[in-house]
Design a protein around this ligand. Structure first.
Ligand SMILES: O=C(O)C[C@H](O)C(=O)O
Length: 514
């Protein structure tokens, strides 16, 4: 091994971080695309197949357009293994070298990414506007190079991270499967579940977070068979989680995870800490090595690996076209759970901060700056537009965060319908029934594709909220699926249940040779 001390310029770290973040914003890792394409070919649930198809088409469009896969361009997480034979030439701290790279990547004029970080999580929650700071973990290791794993982790999947300390004799597999069954689909499956076991509370979390960036290799593992307890657990979890029938976007289907990662570390005799972190369909990460030869040079992936799915493959039959400019309460009440709709016309947008403000205004007896009567609202925070774009990537955000505001908004404003991502909670479903205002979903992970159905966009309220401002979009054939109809039927309840039963029946049929 080459033992000489190496000097690595701080600017090479910054430049490499910036380049890597730009790269992963529009190129999915090829291994994920390979596994997702197999899932697409295998999927039998029409809605889940459609959702996977949208994610794959979106990925291809993002790669060619060099624009973000998802409007949530993530929280930057870095795992750096710094060789003890490395001297970093800089007066800045390692974290600040990384943060400067983050700043450059997110403010890149050719492909601006969405700044999603707020400086004070507790009170003001002001956007830092350049997506800094990153979360940086540094390990000092043997050697004379720096290995950096960088990820841009979406908020929806991060929100579903869970932790427990089990009794030493308790089953990790049972806890993980039970927990995944309660997560809903705000984490945007199909993705990965990563599990860290052992160490201390924070170590288990770090194990899970780091392991999710390892290459996807589940079919190889199943093919060669497990060689240790961790590998056996990976296979068990992969099979049991997919048997839950959650499916793409929680619509019910065969593939919920394309892989499961497990990492372990020695722990206290009395403890079994277990961390679970999901990785969403915007599975963005990259590992690179710096020596003293300058910043990284990244080659585009071989895009011929991306399947050629077209729009015509996605909405071949059975879609209902809706003119939002003339929609009536009778019409929205006739939409049925599971139907695919193509929306055209004007819709408003609004997510967390806008909902908070609207409800504060209602509570204070003040008028809203926009009239929601008879309108449809889309829960979205888009990426800034560039060049001839009307709007940047604009996929849905997790709707359950709006549940607490829903009843008041529906009762006080006369809103007709909502579009978002993933399931609604029981109280929101009750409000939907009471106010006869259905809920639709767009596909999380299809943000660039969705943005192409937006033909005009203008801010109509709360401009100071940046990407959380209220826009009016003019859409044409925006694809959505009816998720909760006015009778309270929810596809996120019925879909997974139905597919869980079908899969169980199928495996029983296989066992008895039918
Ligand atoms: O912030 C967003 O745009 C989406 C978020 O990642 C979510 O999945 O809810």
């Amino acid at each position: 091994m080459d033992k000489k001390t190496r000097t690595i310029a701080g600017r090479d770290i910054t430049e490499s971080v910036a380049d890597a973040l730009q790269y992963i914003s529009y190129y999915h890792p090829p291994d994920y695309i390979r596994y997702l394409s197999q899932a697409y070919a295998r999927e039998q649930s029409p809605s889940a197949k459609n959702a996977i198809g949208q994610i794959l088409l979106n990925s291809r469009m993002a790669a060619f357009g060099r624009r973000p896969i998802c409007q949530d361009t993530g929280l930057v997480v870095v795992f750096a293994k710094v060789g003890m034979g490395v001297r970093i030439k800089s007066t800045a701290s390692f974290a600040n070298l990384v943060n400067e790279g983050v700043r450059r990547a997110y403010l890149d004029p050719d492909n601006p990414l969405r700044p999603s970080i707020v400086s004070d999580p507790l009170a003001a929650r002001l956007n830092t506007r350049d997506n800094t700071p990153a979360v940086v973990h540094v390990d000092l290791v043997q050697g004379n190079q720096i290995e950096i794993t960088i990820a841009a982790k979406g908020g929806g999947s991060e929100n579903k991270a869970r932790f427990t300390t089990l009794n030493p004799s308790a089953s990790v597999a049972d806890w993980v499967v039970d927990t995944v069954s309660t997560l809903g689909s705000g984490w945007c499956p199909p993705g990965l579940i990563s599990v860290g076991i052992g160490g201390s509370a924070e170590k288990a979390m770090l194990l899970a977070k780091e392991a999710m960036n390892e290459p996807i290799d589940m079919s190889d593992l199943i093919g060669r068979g497990p060689s240790c307890a961790e590998e056996a657990l990976r296979i068990e979890l992969y099979e049991r989680i997919n048997a839950l029938g959650i499916g793409a976007q929680g619509l019910g289907g065969l593939t919920t995870v394309v892989d499961v990662k497990v990492a372990t570390y020695p722990t206290h005799v009395a403890s079994k800490p277990v961390a679970l972190i999901p990785q969403c369909a915007a599975n963005r990460h990259l590992k690179f090595i710096l020596d003293d030869s300058g910043p990284i040079r990244l080659e585009p992936p071989d895009l011929s690996e991306w399947p050629q799915i077209g729009h015509e493959d996605l909405h071949a039959t059975g879609v209902r076209r809706v003119n939002l400019n003339a929609v009536t309460k009778e019409e929205t009440a006739s939409w049925r759970c599971g139907e695919t709709l193509l929306l055209s016309g004007k819709m408003l947008t609004g997510r967390d901060a806008a909902h908070q403000r609207m409800v504060d205004l209602i509570d204070a007896g003040k008028p809203l700056p926009i009239d929601l009567r008879g309108r449809v609202i889309y829960y979205v925070g888009p990426v800034r537009s560039v060049r001839d774009e009307v709007v940047g990537p604009a996929g849905p955000t997790t709707s359950s965060r709006m549940d607490g505001f829903t009843d008041k908004i529906l009762a006080e404003t006369g809103l007709f319908a909502m579009v978002g991502k993933a399931e609604r909670g029981p109280a929101a479903i009750e409000s939907i029934v009471r106010h006869k205002a259905p809920y639709l979903i767009a596909v999380g992970g299809a943000a660039y594709l969705i943005s192409k159905s937006i033909k005009a966009a203008r801010i109509v309220a709360f401009e100071d909220l940046g990407m959380e401002a209220i826009y009016e979009f003019e859409v044409q054939d925006m694809p959505v699926i009816m998720a909760v109809d006015v009778e309270g039927n929810s596809i996120h309840n019925s879909g997974p249940l139905d597919w869980r039963k079908r899969m169980a029946a199928d495996s029983i049929a296989r066992c008895i040779g039918v």
